[in-house]
Design a protein around this ligand. Structure first.
Ligand code: OAD
Length: 248
């Protein structure tokens, strides 16, 4: 049964000139990074939606930074898995393949993914919270653990915030436009390892569908993406992608 589904997905991929892949936390699960809404997604019994907001940061920047510092440590020690590796190779070797990720962990980049759009920023980027002239743009900071929490802006001494998109914040307009165009204009759209509950990322699925794409979901669980998908592979991303890759 699963074999038939994977074969149908492979056929669709083989026929496609353009493939757009939307990834979520499930793609990094096999690297040991907990998903947000899975059973290990809570940190000190706090939900991501509670911590990843400007209000939480205003109220308790140290607590929010402790969460990010913990995740940065885990991510630094993790390695890209077969799912990241296969997708990365497709972006290098199969022209017309592009990855749009909700993940901030940088594992797609570490796997050498060539065409990638990051919807939610990067956990390795920071910027000045007060928006001082020199600290307004993101800069990269790979230090793990951070020596002081919350970290301070080297330019003005104010607070530094993670360079990620928090709940209630808008995505960068040009990033969202690029992602929407890639979803609306592709032959095959894949939703891999995402619960598809966070907008506007989840809106890319109907955009792809309306644009005429064949929609493929890879996820061991049923999600908001399942009903809108033409082909559903109920497997882990690393296993399903390795199998698909063999069949192409
Ligand atoms: P979620 O935690 O909401 O969903 C992860 C999905 O991965 C679930 O549907 C799981 O069933 C699935 N999953 C688990 N293990 C898997 C595996 N090995 N292979 C494939 N799938 C697997 O994560 P996202 O959908 O990425 O936002 O969440 C979206 C956004 O909400 C995140 O980007 C983050 C979060 O709050 C920000 O950081 C702004």
């Amino acid at each position: 049964m699963t074999g038939d589904v994977v074969r149908r997905a492979a056929d669709a991929l083989r026929r496609a000139s353009t493939v757009t892949v939307l990834t979520g936390a499930g793609v990094s699960a096999a690297s040991g990074i907990p998903t947000f809404r899975g059973k290990d997604g809570l940190w000190r019994k706090v939900r991501a939606e509670t911590l990843a907001t400007a209000e939480a940061f205003e109220h308790d920047p140290k607590l929010v930074w402790e969460w990010y510092d913990w995740r940065r440590g885990m991510i630094r020690d993790a390695q890209p898995n077969a799912g990241h590796t296969v997708l990365a190779r497709w972006t290098r070797e199969r022209s017309g393949t592009t990855v749009i990720t909700q993940n901030v962990d940088g594992l797609h980049e570490r796997a050498n993914t060539h065409s990638i759009t990051r919807l939610h920023g990067s956990i390795w980027h920071v910027r000045c919270w007060t928006g001082c002239a020199r600290g307004r743009e993101d800069w990269r900071d790979d230090t793990v653990p951070l020596p002081t929490l919350p970290p301070r802006c080297p330019h003005c001494g104010g607070l530094v915030r993670p360079g990620v998109v928090w709940f209630g914040e808008s995505l960068d307009t040009s990033v969202l436009q690029r992602a929407t165009a890639a979803a609306a204009g592709c032959d095959v759209f894949m939703a891999i390892g995402t619960s598809a509950v966070v907008y506007p990322a989840a809106e890319l699925l109907p955009h792809a569908r309306h644009g005429g794409a064949t929609v493929i979901e890879i996820n061991p669980e049923a999600t908001n993406a399942s009903g809108i998908s033409d082909i559903v592979i109920r497997q882990r991303a690393d296993e399903a992608l390795a199998r698909l890759d063999e069949m192409l």
